[in-house]
Design a protein around this ligand. Structure first.
Ligand code: SF4
Length: 343
């Protein structure tokens, strides 16, 4: 399948455009369940009709509790998953249904930094080999000497210095922070345009988290990168994101520039997430528990606003009408019937 050009002119500064994307996973059924269901198939509504853009050169964050659909959205954007419905454009081309060789070529331009570096590195592969492997796959024309040199340069750039020392090390021989630097090096070696960073510092020691975020920021400038940064933690997002989308039960409920979101949260769920962020000043304690209850079952999401069973402001239309995303402030959209109360 060829990469199709986008019919309408795309604004030049959007690297990614996601439009009405859904991802539903069929619920696995046993033999007895199938007989009882009589042909009926249930689906997990992991992502359920979301639209957003990632601007070239920015860090776009997706935040929300576990089960909100943010990681599935990330995997859709880098086409590790195929959307059930909707379209995804990357650099002006529709990548929604790419397969085979076109999808493999796209991989060079999109790389992933996972949460657990130990699980994402092959324990039997030395770091140099693991990092250079991407060049072997995506730039086979490079000779061994050139691949080795580029790997050495990349090790130095991510702070694994002296590079010759780390080149031959195995994942279990280095610290967790160093492993995550190796994963970052592996992601950057093919000079991608977009990096999906899925909770990239969640498993790192607290003492090295800020260093890793600094490194990611520095590399972003140096390599002209765009990040899709997935996090459950708005305190982390504050250090790196330019804009943030808040997800709840497969829907985007609010999207805004970082400072705007922190200073004028318009959605009750965003307000609850921000109120739960610990403040490192004992005189300004504002840590609050999240609203009562857990995220509802994504197989049968609530009608109307999906947040209404937990929302302290829920009123009559909330259980019936699904609020659309509306622009209520500059570069700030929110999906709540009563968001005007917070303007
Ligand atoms: Fe709460 Fe209603 Fe707004 Fe949903 S639409 S967040 S239930 S007030």
């Amino acid at each position: 399948m060829n990469v199709q050009p986008v019919p309408q002119a795309q604004p030049a500064d959007n690297l990614v455009e996601v439009r009405d994307v859904k991802k539903w996973f069929p619920v696995q059924q046993g033999v007895l369940d199938k007989l009882l269901a009589a042909g009926h198939q249930d689906y997990i509504h992991a992502v359920d009709g979301i639209s957003f853009e990632i601007r070239r050169g920015e860090v776009f964050g997706l935040a929300g509790e576990s089960g909100s659909g943010k990681s599935t959205t990330g995997r859709l954007v880098v086409r590790m998953e195929t959307p059930t419905a909707g379209s995804i454009h990357f650099d002006g081309a529709d990548i929604s249904a790419l397969e085979g060789e076109e999808l493999r070529r796209l991989r060079r331009r999109m790389q992933i930094i996972y949460q657990d570096p130990m699980a994402s590195l092959n324990p039997r592969m030395a770091l140099g080999e693991a990092i250079g492997y991407g060049l072997k796959v995506h730039a086979p024309e490079l000779g061994d000497a050139e691949r080795h040199q580029r790997t050495i340069d990349m090790l130095e750039k991510v702070g694994l210095s002296p590079a010759q020392f780390f080149y031959g090390k195995f994942p279990h021989q280095i610290s967790g922070g160093q492993r995550q630097r190796a994963v970052i090096a592996r992601a950057l070696i093919t000079h991608p345009d977009l990096i999906l960073a899925d909770e990239p510092i969640a498993m790192a020691d607290v003492s090295v988290r800020a260093l890793l975020l600094d490194l990611m920021n520095q590399l972003k400038r140096e390599f002209n990168l765009t990040y899709l940064f997935i996090t459950h933690d708005l305190a982390t997002a504050k250090y790196i994101c330019d804009r943030i989308g808040i997800m709840y039960l497969g829907k985007l409920v609010e999207v805004a520039e970082l400072r705007e979101l922190y200073s004028h949260p318009l959605h009750p769920y965003t307000q609850a997430l921000l109120a739960a962020v610990p403040v490192p000043n004992p005189h300004q304690r504002r840590t609050q528990a999240m609203p009562e209850g857990e995220i509802p079952n994504p197989i049968h999401p609530p009608a109307g606003c999906r947040f209404h069973p937990r929302c302290p402001l829920a009123a009559e239309p909330c259980a019936v009408e699904d609020p659309p995303l509306r622009a209520l402030r500059p570069d700030h959209t929110v999906a709540c019937h009563y968001a005007e109360r917070f303007l």
